[in-house]
Design a protein around this ligand. Structure first.
Ligand SMILES: Nc1nc2c(ncn2[C@@H]2O[C@H](COP(=O)(O)OP(=O)(O)OP(=O)(O)O)[C@@H](O)[C@H]2O)c(=O)[nH]1
Ligand SMILES: [Mg+2]
Length: 162
């Protein structure tokens, strides 16, 4: 349940799904704890950003996507009001993303799936439409601020009133 007019939303997703990019797009002033890795950077602790929409303070926490950081995901997830599962649609659905979805579903966390990289070469968003049961699915690009803000505030609206 939301705490007054403040919401804690946690972003989950596999390695490289675009969680850090999404939070940076939503809040250019956001904070990121990352390390260098082959081809770029990877989150080794968390991301944190804030968005104020319609009087609602949305605190957005990003998790590390590497499987070995399960302990960090557990800590970051504590007390969350809702979860975003971010999925890279340029690759087939992987076991880890499926595991994250199953864990959120079993815990009955209010969730939404954001399909990311929809405009990229090799993207197949249609292949994911039936993968997540009754959980709402939204197509975004983590680099598109308007689409991300719209998708986030719609989801936040369901939590604030729900
Ligand atoms: N073209 C394109 N590239 C994207 C998009 N979102 C993320 N990327 C790229 O995908 C790569 C991984 O993005 P990150 O945001 O670091 O992914 P992450 O989910 O935080 O990764 P971990 O922290 O390692 O789990 C980076 O090179 C991003 O620039 C997108 O919407 N479009
Ligand atoms: Mg990251």
């Amino acid at each position: 349940m939301a705490n007054g007019s403040r919401l804690k939303i946690v972003i989950f997703g596999a390695f490289g799904a675009g969680k850090t990019t999404l939070i940076r797009t939503l809040d250019p002033e956001s904070t990121h704890i990352e390390a260098n890795c082959a081809g770029g950077t990877t989150t080794v602790a968390l991301d944190f950003g804030r968005v104020l929409e319609d009087g609602l303070h949305i605190h957005i926490y990003g998790t590390p996507g590497q499987e070995r950081f399960g302990f960090a995901r557990e800590i970051i997830a504590k007390g969350m009001d809702g979860a975003v599962l971010l999925v890279d649609v340029t690759s087939p659905l992987d076991d880890f993303t499926r595991h994250l979805y199953d864990t959120l579903s079993a815990a009955q966390v209010p969730s939404v799936v954001f399909l990311n990289k929809c405009g990229c070469e090799g993207a197949h968003p249609e292949a994911f439409a039936a993968c997540f049961g009754t959980t709402p699915v939204r197509a975004v690009s983590a680099r598109d601020r308007k689409a991300c803000l719209d998708a986030l505030s719609r989801f936040a609206g369901t939590l604030a009133t729900g």
